[in-house]
Design a protein around this ligand. Structure first.
Ligand code: E4P
Length: 220
């Protein structure tokens, strides 16, 4: 499963790029606004340090405007994925970009029908918003399972990008369900490595080693 960071904060991104664990980035208008940066400049900065897919979202709501903005975003770098809202115009723009070979991420997906339409529109990724569904008393993980089942049943190649994840358990479940990618706030990404038994086990190993009087692996 690909792991993306869900942020437009360049320092948060650069701090996590070493080690090869981050496969890409997702942004949205709220995240860009929060960063205070110009969207074109920020997406260029991100693409300069991230070789994988970088989702950049249009803010136009009409078909022609989406095409114009999507093309401008895509011109920034070859790894830009044009992010489009799951609306009638967004799906139409998705089909146009798909026919042109431009990768897309159809976002704000909250139902199986919407995911089905995104696949039929040729989306590269569909982004179901797990946390926001849970916030409304729904079953976000259940939606991921349903999309996986239907995509597999019909052989749709659209990647399921689990989004709006709020916990490490969400990440584990997205992986078990067979999502193709998950996008995580940096804090949740950092938490994935943590386990108290790793910490206590390492402490015990090092305490035992210290008792030998050796400082490192050499005998000196
Ligand atoms: C995904 O593409 C979105 O940017 C994001 O995951 C939304 O998450 P939120 O519901 O925490 O805002």
């Amino acid at each position: 499963m690909q792991l993306f960071l869900d942020t437009a904060d360049i320092s948060q991104i650069t701090a996590r790029m070493e080690g090869g664990l981050v496969d890409g980035i997702t942004t949205n208008p709220s995240l860009i606004a929060k960063s205070g940066a110009d969207i074109m400049e920020r997406i260029a900065e991100i693409c300069a340090v991230v070789p994988g897919p970088v989702s950049a979202e249009v803010v136009a709501t009409g078909f022609e405007g989406m095409l114009e903005e999507g093309r401008r975003l895509r011109a920034i770098a070859d790894n830009v994925v044009v992010k489009l809202p799951l609306t009638t115009d967004g799906l139409k723009a998705c089909r146009t970009f798909a026919d042109e070979g431009i990768p897309t991420n159809v976002t704000l997906c909250f139902s199986l029908n919407q995911a089905l339409l995104a696949a039929k529109a040729g989306a590269t990724f569909v982004s179901p918003f797990v946390g926001r569904i849970d916030d409304m008393g729904g079953d976000g993980l259940g939606l991921l399972e349903a999309i996986r089942e239907v995509y597999d049943q019909y052989g749709y190649e659209t990647g399921i990008l689990a989004a709006s994840l709020r916990s490490v358990t969400h990440v584990e479940m997205a992986a078990r369900i067979g999502c193709d990618a998950a996008t995580l706030p940096p804090g949740i990404f950092d938490s994935m490595v943590n386990h108290p038994l790793t910490d206590s086990g390492l402490k015990a190993f090092l305490d035992d080693w210290k008792k030998t009087g050796r400082s490192g692996l050499s005998q000196g």
